[in-house]
Design a protein. Structure first.
Length: 157
């Protein structure tokens, strides 16, 4: 069975980023492009309305490119269960209140039992200290926290 993947907004951002003199940013962009061209076909990829809203922000020319990359990807719907889990993530973990969209991304992938959540957001999402608490909260709700990783971690063999 083909593994499933929730594509968080930062991935699309790196696919359309302008060249950067910052070595980490430039490296992440190259890794993301490599993943996109060589590995994405190995996954059933999902997004959400939150991803569409986030990529539509900013420079309209780049936003259009970001939206085009997401064209035809299936959407996971936000429902009461997703909202309740996201709220628990915000109130019972070390996620800050400003990370409400991040909590929704994680809750969507977890509730829909998506195998992986792909992100470059290492501050609030791909953060080991935060994930430990999110895993405990997920278990209280009867879910297993989705595997959260960066493209580098999903490059395969």
């Amino acid at each position: 069975m083909t593994p499933s993947l929730y594509l968080e907004t930062s991935i699309i951002g790196y696919l359309t980023i302008r060249p950067s003199p910052n070595l980490i940013t430039a490296s992440n962009a190259v890794i993301t492009e490599n993943w996109w061209t060589t590995r994405r076909q190995n996954f059933v990829i999902y997004i959400s309305e939150i991803v569409l809203e986030e990529v539509a922000r900013g420079d309209q020319e780049i936003a259009s490119k970001r939206l085009e990359l997401l064209d035809e990807l299936p959407l996971l719907q936000i429902n009461q269960t997703v909202e309740e889990l996201a709220n628990a993530f915000l109130t019972q973990s070390n996620l800050p209140p400003k990370a409400s969209d991040d909590a929704l991304h994680i809750a969507l992938a977890t509730v829909y039992k998506v195998d992986y959540l792909l992100t470059w957001n290492c501050k609030h999402i791909a953060n080991a200290q935060i994930q430990k608490k999110l895993s405990q909260i997920s278990q209280k709700f009867g879910y297993e926290l989705t595997t959260i990783c960066t493209p580098y971690e999903l490059m395969g063999d």
